[in-house]
Design a protein around this ligand. Structure first.
Ligand SMILES: Cc1cc2nc3c(=O)[nH]c(=O)nc-3n(C[C@H](O)[C@H](O)[C@H](O)COP(=O)(O)OP(=O)(O)OC[C@H]3O[C@@H](n4cnc5c(N)ncnc54)[C@H](O)[C@@H]3O)c2cc1C
Length: 307
């Protein structure tokens, strides 16, 4: 589908040229560095702009895809029809609020920046997020977690926009946060702002924890190659990486995609992989782990777009 020219003209009447990209390869906007072109990729800077774009998307009846930093997605090779709203970049303000233990961040704020902002202000609770390369909006959507923490433990409130363009506010217990799960996976709403509740802590202890997590990540994960992090969800009672390793699948290769030789839980793009290559590795891993261990693995990475 070529994007409707009137839609583009209407968007450009209130957005800068650089905020509206046409036929844009998604390989430039995902940590996997894979993905065909989006018909129209838009970077909003405010909630109001999100609402304005939504009104036009609805008026022109275009398909809509929402992304944060693109660190948990595999965009298929045919790309994405319609409009992609991508929240990282300009929509990323971070500030203290309330008694100084709450942080309010725009959805596109990078987790690393929010985690560093917390540390700089002597707030503890967000150290786990320092090495997760997503946005705070994406962290709510996925209930991202690592080491001793998960987003569920620090989420306080979320401001979102419905597909009809209405503002909605959720309290923490309304977010449906569970293992890699939130209500936003079902309701299609756009997370625009997130409020986190942290605790005052000891600055040196916070920094030490961040340094420890960073060192552990760098020594165990293939951060030198493009990926989307852990490819599979943790099956009940097992670790996906361990099962894959025990099945002898480290280094399994399809085209330019490979089960990392450093960490079996990661599929990496080691040589100009296509989405089809990655899907090939995923299918082979699922098949062989099921045959060897009787455990069905399900992808944590979200597949979007057309073949
Ligand atoms: C090297 C590496 C290490 C990683 N380590 C971890 C880890 O330790 N723990 C962990 O949990 N994850 C990890 N991840 C995966 C990923 O970073 C997280 O899932 C992260 O929360 C995704 O955020 P994102 O902004 O990149 O989301 P995206 O990948 O852009 O999107 C993921 C999903 O969230 C939705 N979404 C994103 N933003 C919004 C929004 N504002 N409103 C509505 N929907 C939205 C999208 O529609 C999509 O379905 C890792 C990834 C990499 C590449």
């Amino acid at each position: 589908m070529k994007i409707n020219e009137d839609f583009v003209k209407a968007c450009r009447s209130f957005l800068e040229e650089s905020q509206v990209l046409l036929d844009e390869p998604m390989s430039r906007h995902t940590t996997f560095e894979i993905g065909g072109p989006a018909d129209c990729l838009i970077f909003p800077t405010t909630t109001k702009e999100v609402q304005q774009v939504l009104a036009l998307v609805n008026e022109y009846e275009l398909p809509l895809t929402v992304l944060g930093n693109g660190s948990n997605v595999l965009v298929r090779d045919g790309g994405i029809r319609g409009v992609v709203l991508k929240f990282n970049g300009p929509m990323s303000a971070i500030r203290l609020s309330g008694d100084g233990t709450h942080i309010v961040a725009d959805a596109g704020a990078h987790l690393k920046d929010v985690s560093e902002f917390a540390a700089k202000n002597g707030l503890t609770g967000l150290e786990y997020a320092c090495g997760i390369p997503g946005s705070i909006g994406g962290a709510i959507f996925m209930n991202a977690g690592a080491y001793d923490g998960e987003t569920k433990n620090v989420a306080y409130a979320v401001r979102a926009v419905t597909r009809a363009g209405e503002l909605k506010e959720y309290k923490a217990d309304e977010l449906g946060l569970g293992y890699r799960r939130s209500i936003f996976q079902g309701n299609g709403e756009l997370i625009c702002q997130v409020e986190l509740a942290l605790q005052k802590g000891d600055m040196a202890a916070i920094q030490a924890k961040i340094a420890d997590f960073t060192q552990r990540r760098e020594s165990k994960q293939p951060l030198e190659l493009p990926s989307a992090g852990s490819t599979f969800k943790r099956p009940q009672g097992y670790f996906a990486g361990t099962l894959i390793d025990q099945t002898g699948l480290k280094g399994l290769t399809v085209g330019g995609a490979q089960v990392s030789t450093k960490h079996a839980g990661f599929v990496v793009n080691f040589n100009h992989a296509t989405a089809q290559d990655v899907q090939g590795v995923i299918a082979e891993v699922q098949k062989r782990v099921l045959a060897r261990h009787g455990v069905q693995l399900y992808p944590e990475v979200r597949m979007i777009g057309e073949n």
